[in-house]
Design a binder for this molecule. Sequence first.
Ligand SMILES: [Zn+2]
Length: 330
Amino acid sequence: MPEVERHHAIATFRDGSELATPWWRVRSGADGPDLLVLAAQHGNEVQGAEVIRRFMGECAEGLLCGTAWLVPFANLPAIRHRRNSILLGPEEKGTDRHRAHNINGQWPGDPEGNDVQRLAHALHEEIVRHASHVIDLHCWNKFWATATLATDDGGESRRMGEVAGTRFTWWRPAAAVDPPAQVRDVVMARGGAGMAVEFAGQYVMVEREVQTGLRTVTNVAKMLGMLPGEPELPPDTGIAVTDDTTVVVEAQCSGLFVQAPDLQLEDRVEAEQSLGHIIRDDGLATEEIVAPVGGWLWRFGSHRPDPDVSLADQHPYSQPGDPMASIVTG
Ligand SMILES: [Zn+2]
């Protein structure tokens, strides 16, 4: 039987206090890959934590080879702060003035750095440096569909991306990185493999997203021979998102966008199908919004640039140019 261990990675902060990050290790007892799955590097991106909890159960029952390194709460201070990163206040983005406190970009960390860099260092030394493969679970805003962020390295990272089984896959070429970097870049830079998943919706736990994520992580483990069976790839998954295949539907008038009630992210839409309507604020006319092309709903719902942190940017009041949907024609 696989062996489940619970550990704590201890980070020592500048003021001398310690942070204990709990994590699981499941050992099969046989040689094989060291698969790291981590979630919630950003404190408002929590869906991956439940994915990892369920995946731990699968590993505990059936891990055939290798070791699973499972970190559901990669950034506990940010989770407790209930925002993307520590120090952020209302409507403040992690890419703003506190960039050095955004842990996603601080790997492999620094034992003499700020508290976030110290946390990354502690996790790196105890966990990340052992990983041969990494899956980094994030969430983006609720208007954007779940996607695998895959790297085409022509090898293991590509194979991981190919079995992810999400509707959408966003490929990017392998890039040389200079640390500090994102966690998967650090693993890849020393010859490992990696990918990330972005689930739809921050601050929330959505069952459909969790199920998708569990299938993705399990598929990778199956591909690596760590779990029994073949990866499960539903029809119409792995659709590549590219600029060339993405058509953005923008508001042409101002008013309130009402989404078609029977549509949600990832759905198939046909050309001329209704995506909803705008109730115009200049005369109360109803403007039907139709899909200009057939394809898959990649983004859906009126929003402005910062829906991650701003409720106002989630408001359905639209003005000309606001994106209401994106359709990938693949
Ligand atoms: Zn994130």
